[in-house]
Write a new protein. Sequence first.
Length: 186
Amino acid sequence: MKRIAQILVLAAIVVAACWFWTVLFPTPEAVVRNRLHSLAKNLSFNSQSGMISQALAAQKAADYFTPDVDVDVNVAGYDPLTLHGRDEVQQIAMAARSRLSSLKIEFLDMNVTIDPGGQTAKVNLTGKATIPGQRDISAQEFNFLLKKVDGKWQVYKVETVKTLSEEKVPGARRQLSGKNTMVVTT
């Protein structure tokens, strides 16, 4: 019985050591994932925030991007959005906070690829936005390109992933139905 207790204590120590190791020395993929989850949290807001806290939150969200960031997104049902630079990202974040009562952003299904030099990363993910008053949840696939700047991972490019329905398919014709365009192959 004493031997089993010693084995269990030893196993608990090994598990705790492994857990501490991953907390103290996370992989670059884990750091990038955590950084993007934090960005999503900073882009999200509710109506209980005051003007000053909204401005500070928009500034904090903009700090996740490089000064020369390029954002080119095209989400179904909305006008395409092209931004150049951190200041434009901050302005859009402030505009969203002034126009919407709340917004919840989530980044799901992250596939992180770190370059061999460990200085840049490509993340393919699904962005999910929940806006109050809208029945449908907006979800879109994106590519985020990040690079290390002064030891921090920062986003330098965001682009929408073109799905099959957005690309030209040989022998396909477009049908309009409401706001959305559907591709039908013949």
